[in-house]
Design a protein around this ligand. Structure first.
Ligand code: EZ4
Ligand code: CO
Length: 428
């Protein structure tokens, strides 16, 4: 029993995905997600050029040892590219282990700790009416928890806010394809230069925190009024605030009983969360851009967050994310795993199996993938009554249709850039 070959698949059914397929000498295959939004090809090179050649011939059942080998041996530890590559291999090996056992992966991780996973959807609207319409659509589908993002008067397009097409499905994609925007003007900031090459730049948005801080509490008030006290309401600040602004927002949302406030400040400067805690009991969630247990050390030991936002894809796979959750459990901190569409269906399944098994599960983000994506990745997880379940298929329960995948070539796509009105590059 050994790793016979490893293929790195790049496909773009609606958006870009990087998927590893490990094949054993006995012909068992496992899939892993290594998608890093806007930096996909860096992970592909890391895998093809530096990881795959070192793993051929190894015993595929040595999951922990292979994880430590990939993490420690290159000397250069951590970082999003490295840890997405480690994640892809790790998931594929767990997928193989569970397929060999003939069991869904959660049974190898300790078995089900619950009957299903409380799940939240993304609702947004440029106006409060549009937002309420979007929320109603999710409530009608059975969701018990909804992330609410709203337009801000005086600002144009802001990240994560889109109205559903009339009568249509809300399909929000975090990264815009560069091709689709040819004709985009030069960057608005001081480094703009000439228009040449502008079509290869990400799109740009304008931001003003004061306007947002004034508006958001009125949005929460209107939504609570419309939907009552029981619906869980979440909000993503997307790293845009300075510490004192974050404290102000967390405090001003308290009367509306938010389930959490996510990424209220950029995650690197962790001590600032003390200030937010000092002023508010609004629960805090952070971590979608983190990639290892070490990124969480201060946040967890000082109890500065309530929810871990990592995904298996960006935090070293099931092995890496399980380490973080075991550490978090000691401090009563729960999971809120990242589940946007740039986590592939393979990565989503990894989140679900781990979430079902761990004791300190909190909530799972769920942005359903498009039909195009799901025609390439066939999933066995299921949604009912606001809850997700990974399903009972052996392994992760996801299949990659390679023939279908080959029909969707990689297309450059980037997350947007955020600037203040005067052109200053801002966090987002
Ligand atoms: O910006 O997935 O909570 N979800 C988010 C996402 C992330 C993207 C980054 O690739 O903030 O929309
Ligand atoms: Co987020």
């Amino acid at each position: 029993m050994a790793i016979d070959r490893i293929d790195v698949n790049v496909t773009s059914p609606g958006r870009n995905f990087v998927t590893v397929k490990v094949t054993t000498s006995e012909g068992v295959t496992g899939l892993g997600d290594g998608t890093l939004n806007g930096r996909e090809l860096a992970v592909v090179s890391y895998l093809r050029d530096h990881v795959v050649p070192t793993l051929i011939g190894r015993d595929e059942s040595q999951i922990e040892s292979i994880w430590q080998y990939l993490y420690r041996s290159p000397y250069w530890r951590r970082g999003p590219v490295t840890m997405a590559a480690v994640a892809a291999i790790d998931m594929a090996l767990w997928d193989i282990a569970a397929k060999k056992a003939g069991e869904p992966l959660y049974k190898l991780l300790g078995g089900a700790s619950r009957t299903g996973l409380l799940t939240y959807a993304h609702a947004s609207g440029t106006t409060i009416d549009a937002l309420n319409d979007a929320i109603r659509g999710y409530v009608d589908q059975g969701f018990q928890a909804v992330r609410i993002q709203s337009g801000v008067p005086g600002l144009g397009q802001i990240y994560g806010v889109h109205d559903a097409a009339p009568g249509g499905k809300y399909e929000y994609e975090p990264a815009g394809r560069v091709e689709a925007r040819s004709g985009t003007g030069p960057a608005a900031g001081p480094e703009a230069g000439s228009a040449a090459g502008a079509a290869m730049r990400p799109s740009e948005e304008t931001w003003e925190t004061a306007a947002y801080l004034r508006h958001l509490p009125t949005v929460f008030a209107a939504v609570r009024e419309e939907f009552g006290p029981a619906l869980h309401l979440l909000h993503d600040g997307h790293h845009r605030m300075r510490p004192i602004e974050a404290a102000k927002l967390a405090k001003s949302l308290e009367p509306y009983d938010p389930f959490w406030l996510e990424d209220c400040t950029p995650g690197e400067d962790q001590a600032v969360l003390r200030l937010v805690r000092q002023h508010s009991v609004t629960p805090l969630a952070i971590g979608e851009v983190f990639n290892s247990i070490h990124d969480y050390q201060q946040l967890i030991t000082e109890r500065l967050i309530d929810y871990v936002r990592s995904s298996a894809t960006h935090a070293g796979g099931i092995t890496g994310l399980r380490q973080i959750m075991a550490f978090a459990a000691v401090y009563g901190i729960r999971s809120g795993f990242h589940g946007p569409t740039d986590v592939s269906p393979v990565g989503m399944a990894a989140n679900l199996h781990l979430g079902l098994a761990i004791h300190n599960f909190g909530i799972q983000e769920y942005m359903p993938h498009s039909e195009t994506t799901l025609s390439v990745f066939r999933t066995s997880y299921r949604f009912a009554d606001g809850m997700l379940h990974p399903g009972e298929a052996p392994g992760l329960g996801v299949e990659l249709d390679e023939e279908a995948a080959a029909g969707y070539e990689y297309q450059p796509a980037y997350l947007p850039v955020n600037r203040l009105r005067d052109g200053t590059v801002h966090d987002w």
